[in-house]
Design a protein around this ligand. Sequence first.
Ligand code: ATP
Length: 220
Amino acid sequence: MVRTSPGGLSRSEPSGFAVGLTGGIGSGKTAAADHFARLGAAIIDSDAIAHALTAPGGRAIEDIARQFGERYIGPDGALDRQRMRETVFRDPAAKAQLESILHPRIRDVAMARAESAWRDSPYVMFVVPLLIESGSWRGRVDRILVVDCSPATQEARVCSRSRLDATLVRQIMSQQARRDERLDSADDILVNEGPLEQLAARVSRLHRGYCAGARRGKRL
Ligand code: ATP
């Protein structure tokens, strides 16, 4: 909620109630966020922002071309995602370099959107798949909500959604925060192991709590 500092509110300090939603690949972040949106939460999706920043004419394109080379930019002017994915997958330094270009910009865009969303919505929800890994989101949100299910369920969902090979899904999972680390960081846990109707009911309960927190104007 409103956090004041001697110099006033800095750009990075949210001025309304904010929830950070995270979870491993295929845990159900999008399914959960869709329910929260239906109830009136303003959803701000960091992946969508990253996509826009790396689309043709996107604000990260110039820096990526300068630091990684023009070969990482496709003929349409967008980031060559496949090439970049392969590079960062095997080179941690390149991954860190890409993140240093993207993460500050993602946060700036997200916070600017939040400032306008707070005028119309009781609270904003930042959907950040790597919220636990990136660390710098914690101070920007009042609650961290982790969507959780077993690794076997994650794998089954991702394989059936995108027909990705199970080995690749497991590899991606091994590069994300461990389940216990994520759960340790959670203020709230949304268990998404059962049917979607159960998820919707749990989302409604959490939404009521977040609205109450926003009305009280302080952390829950
Ligand atoms: P990613 O990290 O890959 O973006 P995500 O965490 O956003 O994934 P979703 O896209 O919401 O996960 O869910 C993954 C897949 O599992 C989707 O096809 C979704 O429809 C399905 N799914 C999510 N929750 C459930 C559920 N409770 N029951 C059945 N299917 C589900």
